[in-house]
Design a protein. Structure first.
Length: 73
């Protein structure tokens, strides 16, 4: 892994610029919203999508397609 391709600098205004390779692979455009979560001291940026974006994501699935799991009811 080449760390220089994945390295960003935090500006004096606490801003970062995402590398072109990341913007292209995530298909981010100017004005795109990102949300972040912190897990064990690691910040993760995730492209934000409103709930309507996921409408119909499970279309065509039936309850028999989903295996039962003992910890769920």
């Amino acid at each position: 892994m080449k760390s220089t391709d994945n390295t960003v600098t935090l500006s004096s205004k606490y801003q970062v610029v995402l590398p072109v390779s990341l913007r292209e692979s995530l298909k981010l455009k100017p004005g795109a919203k990102l949300t972040w979560i912190e897990v064990d001291g690691v910040a993760q940026l995730i492209p934000y999508h409103p709930a309507s974006y996921f409408r119909g994501i499970a279309r065509g699935l039936s309850s028999t397609d989903i295996p039962d799991e003992p910890d769920r009811f």
